[in-house]
Design a protein around this ligand. Sequence first.
Ligand code: 5RP
Length: 230
Amino acid sequence: MKEAVAQSAVEQIHDGMVLGLGSGSTAALMIEALGLKLSNGELRDIVGVTTSFQGEVLASKLGIPLKNLSAVNRIDLAIDGADEVDPSFQLIKGGGACHVQEKLVAAIADRFVVVVDSTKIVERLNLDFQLPVEVLPSAWKQVQTTLKEFGGDSDLRMATRKAGPVVTDQGNLVLDVSFENGILDPVNLEKSINNIPGVLENGLFVNLTNEVLVGKIVDGKACVDKLIKA
Ligand code: 5RP
């Protein structure tokens, strides 16, 4: 399913585009498909802006020309994965703790296309997937207390194969938050959480998505539904 949506997303890329290159396993498949099209000459004059160290390493390995976010004013097309997508195309992102750079890139993209498999489509956000919140290391306890006042129970995200917490590409920590009844008002919650002192960014992506490509299996075959924002 992920391979099918990655291929479908790459079909939207044209010569000369400045591209936002997302993070996570689905976005990585898209970056690999892009690298292949550049190396066989199907695409030319592409510039990529990565959203994570993961993407930077992969795109560099594939020879995709890259620019820093600060070197571009706008992006033609950003393609990224998501952890949950609701019926209004509001998202939870940050499963890979990359949501700070991912949101910066999505925010300056003319089009933001999300690539997911069908398991990511939900009726309401946060019933199954915790909302990632990136916090300054010294502020994590204080932010956790304030999130509790908002009704959110949070866990400090812990690393695997490293003692202690996950440290983001920016050197911060991540709190993963659950609200008992999920997220009823993503638009206001995004702002309220970002207003807590010590919070850098949260994983609610509100009113940014233009199109969602959903990979699914029908009769044993992977296919893609294209959902376009009305
Ligand atoms: C990373 C992200 C990813 O895009 C999200 O976690 C989806 O990843 P995957 O495609 O591996 O399921 O937001 O911060």
